[in-house]
Ligand binder design. Structure first.
Ligand code: GLU
Length: 471
């Protein structure tokens, strides 16, 4: 049997981390088994579904590189199919038309509540529909079995049982002719030959209803696995209050898709005590059985740790393509200056996110007219003039601009003045980067280039002079 899974988001908002994790688990399960993965957009709720949300979901899936073999299917394009099945069920008697008025349903409900019962449809039209003119307004209900129970063996939670008495006759088509959500899911899972339904635990209550309909249709019942929810680091259900929950927000915040995937796979799944998983390793080791039953709490620090890892361990070319987007976002033209792969190697160790890297790398590509106030106050003082002048002279004299020759220029300046390296290096750092922090001076100066370095040292010397005359 070919394993086939699906991700079936409702397009009512962006792809959030919970959805992305469900998508990842479904995707991994099919990839692990050499099966297929379907993307299905559940857009039957016309009021809440938007094209913007569809675009955001697709953007999230694409950014995470979760590719699908079939789809995207749209439920709104399949209404004819759903209606054809409903007609067939009406003929076979597994569904019936219900003409009960709102008022009647409301009064039944009130009576049940008053009697301390759980409100449910009382089955009034179940065997009584022939008394009505067919064209009177009606809904179509599924004839749910009235005895026995539905048991399914949830692949994460173990056996779950629902008594059929708890499940009333579900409306499968509304009076306006629109098939309802649970019904569409059933027909889709059937038509698309889904073998494993991996979805959020908020759907557990839908599962027995869906199984009953599948059985009434003589359709195979897939395996089900309900994934627990993600909590914020305060133990409450993850929501906007916790900051970024939309996947694309993580891109904007400077995370690599690999880091987020690795983070999400471990958030609720484990393989021994391994923390770092390449995509191939995830595919190799993934099993549903190793998904954790309990809810998992989001931990931004761990995500940052993984991001830092991937910034430094993925091929620099790959990181650079993501970094290029951030540079552009920050309006930094990188056509002049170090190539981005070099920048990744230079800055990687110091940065947890690519956004941070882009922000901290501006000086490699753009001149500046102001120094970081604290750094300048501390390091661009009159005592720095002599070391800066000397190192400028030596840097200007370099014929072959290399990290070694630069290193030698700085070192020999310090030696000649009989001071520590820092007495030369720190003023030089503030002069050429404008800031008090940067990678090693030799590599930084090398990346900035000879001409630009000399011009910036001149700017710093002028600053020192101006400061002196002010005092
Ligand atoms: N459309 C549902 C959701 O976004 C998922 C339904 C399912 O996976 O069966 O929550």
């Amino acid at each position: 049997m070919k394993i086939k899974t699906r991700f079936a988001p409702s397009p009512t908002g962006y792809l959030h981390v919970g959805g992305a994790r469900t998508a990842l688990y479904s995707w991994l399960f099919s990839r692990h088994a050499g099966g297929e993965f379907v993307l299905r957009i559940e857009d039957t709720d016309l009021e809440r579904s938007t094209q913007e949300a569809i675009d955001a979901i697709m953007a999230g899936m694409n950014w995470l590189n979760l590719d699908w073999d079939e789809g995207p299917y749209f439920q709104t394009k399949r209404f004819d199919r759903y209606n054809a099945v409903i007609e067939q069920m009406l003929q076979q008697g597994t569904a019936y038309k219900c003409y009960c008025s709102k008022e009647r349903l409301e009064s039944v409900r009130e009576q049940q509540m008053a009697a301390g019962e759980k409100p449910r449809y009382d089955g009034h039209c179940r065997d009584n529909a022939s008394n009505h003119d067919e064209h009177q307004p009606h809904v179509v209900r599924f004839r749910n079995p009235q005895t026995g129970s539905v048991i399914f063996d949830d692949k994460i939670r173990g056996p779950i049982e629902f008594s059929n008495q708890e499940l009333d006759d579900l409306i499968i088509r509304r009076s306006d002719g629109a098939p309802t959500y649970n019904f569409c899911v059933v027909i889709d899972d059937w038509d698309m030959a889904i073998t494993h339904v991996i979805r959020g635990e908020d759907h557990i209550n839908n599962t027995p209803r869906q199984i009953n309909i599948l059985k009434a249709l003589g359709a195979p019942v897939p395996e089900y696995a309900h994934v627990s929810m993600i909590l914020g680091d305060d133990g409450k259900k993850l929501s906007k209050r916790h900051g970024a929950v939309g996947v694309m927000q993580y891109r904007d915040d400077g995370y690599l898709p690999q880091a987020l995937l690795n983070y999400l796979v471990r958030l609720g799944w484990s393989h021994g005590d391994q923390e770092i998983f390449s995509l191939d390793e995830m595919k190799t080791h993934f099993t549903i059985e190793a998904i954790n039953k309990s809810a998992s709490a989001f931990n931004t620090e761990k995500l940052q740790w993984l991001n830092h890892h991937y910034i430094n361990h993925l091929p620099a070319e790959e990181v650079a393509t993501h970094l290029a987007w951030h540079m552009e976002q920050q309006g930094i033209d990188t056509t002049q200056g170090p190539v981005l792969t070099e920048l990744v190697k230079l800055m990687g160790e110091r940065c947890k996110t690519l956004k941070e890297m882009a922000q901290a790398s501006r000086y490699f590509y753009q001149d500046f007219s102001e120094f970081d106030a604290d750094a300048a106050k501390k390091h661009l003082r009159p005592v720095a003039r002599q070391p800066l002048q000397l190192v400028r002279e030596k840097l200007a004299a370099i014929r072959e601009w290399s990290v070694e020759s630069i290193h030698h220029a700085i070192q020999s300046s310090a030696d000649e003045l009989a001071v520590g390296m820092g007495k030369v290096g720190m003023p030089l750092r503030v002069a050429v980067t404008g800031a008090g922090q940067s990678p090693g001076m030799d590599v930084t100066v090398h990346a900035i280039g000879q001409q630009c370095t000399l011009a910036r040292i001149d700017q710093a010397l002028a600053y020192i002079t101006a400061r002196e005359t002010q005092n």
